[in-house]
Design a protein around this ligand. Structure first.
Ligand code: AMP
Ligand code: MG
Length: 347
């Protein structure tokens, strides 16, 4: 791939027009969203979409989310063969926001976007800069997270630059992503709505609106070999830092004593604010124990900091609860740990 001169742009009105022009011309732009930064291309231009896969090193069988700037874009651009009635209910409550809905696709969606599936994933982001760029581009934008495949999703423009500088046309800086984790993904294409990826919109909230919502097995458990992933992204080893992350299932005091017993110069803790004064290893804190939204906000940034310290070989963290946003933190952490959990309660 040729080396591009990647522009790092402030989110001024002028730069938003510049970014939209690059997208219209089939280029790639890193855009801020409230979940994580997205790597955007014109979703209706297969050639532009293929560049996303090349820049990220993303497997071709992992489909992309299509970003819209109004619910009416689904009909205006004829993205879905049918809009499920649940989509309207969810949109009324959670859009614009960190929720992606999967529905049956129309022929307008290129196979490069849906990775050969007969469905399309759609999201209406709330970040004002994302909305302005989509609107100004005059189209809808395919945008996976703007990281190299396999590294933590980017929550700042500098994270995007550090992964993709020279491989994409521009990045628009819209500040640190508010949520910090990728969107909640729900499929409405089957008989019963099913949560495929947890995020800031929680399972409890989805059930409040829709009643019955199933939880896909791959959210909390490692896929058994031979089982096909409902969401292809779930089968890849994601978000794993270079250091070995080990999750402990235990009480707060057991966590502290276990980490201190195993402390050496190559060990670190991905922990909470309340732990740091008790731990004798290098601490990367996610925030308060009880605040999963803050932990979500900081998780990827802390994983990148751990990656930046080559002396760290082992990182101990603890298994979050699966209530509310805790489920999203659990889902990302257990993947960062390659599903390696030490259950101290059973020992
Ligand atoms: P990313 O944008 O990098 O956060 O990745 C998008 C996620 O949505 C991946 O886990 C994809 O596998 C998933 N996804 C996108 N489109 C579909 C679809 N049509 N069906 C199931 N999962 C999808
Ligand atoms: Mg991603």
């Amino acid at each position: 791939m040729s080396i591009l001169n990647t522009l790092l742009l402030d989110n001024t009105e002028e730069n938003i027009i510049k970014a939209a022009q690059i997208l219209k011309n089939g280029g790639l732009v890193g855009i801020p969203t409230e979940t994580v930064y997205g790597l955007a291309a014109n979703a209706l231009d297969p050639k532009a979409v293929l560049k996303i896969f090349a820049a990220k090193g993303r497997p071709a069988d992992n489909p992309l989310i299509v970003h819209i700037s109004d619910f009416s874009d689904i009909g205006k651009f004829n993205l879905a063969s049918q809009i499920p009635k649940q989509a309207r209910l969810l949109a009324d409550r959670f859009w614009p926001g960190p929720l992606t809905m999967i529905m049956k696709k129309s022929d307008v969606i290129p196979n490069e976007v849906s990775a050969g599936l007969d469905t399309v994933a759609i999201r209406f982001p709330s970040h004002p800069t994302a909305q302005k760029i989509i609107k100004a581009s005059g189209t809808v934008l395919a945008a996976p997270s703007a990281n190299l495949s396999g590294s933590p999703s980017p929550t700042t423009a500098l994270h995007v630059m550090s992964d993709l500088n020279g491989k994409i046309d521009a990045v628009v800086d819209g500040g640190m992503s508010d949520v910090g984790l990728e969107s909640t993904v729900i499929t409405l294409a089957g008989k019963t709505p099913r949560l495929l990826r947890p995020g800031a919109v929680t399972l409890e909230q989805l059930r409040e609106v829709l009643g019955d919502v199933e939880l896909d097995d791959a959210v909390l458990h490692k896929l058994k070999s031979g089982v096909k992933a409902a969401s292809p992204g779930m089968k890849y080893k994601h978000y794993a830092p270079k250091a070995n992350v080990i999750l402990l299932k235990c009480s707060d005091s057991e966590y502290i004593s276990y980490v201190n017993q195993h402390a050496d110069s190559e060990t670190a803790a991905l922990c909470c604010d309340e732990d740091t004064e008790h731990l004798s290893v290098r601490c990367f804190s996610l925030g308060s124990r009880s605040d999963y939204s803050v932990q979500a906000h900081r998780l990827f940034d802390e994983l990148r900091k751990i990656d930046g310290d080559s002396t760290v070989k082992t990182v101990y963290s603890r298994l979050p609860s699966i209530d509310g946003v805790g489920m999203a933190v659990y889902n990302r952490l257990i993947r960062a740990a390659g599903f390696e959990v030490i259950d101290l309660e059973k020992m």
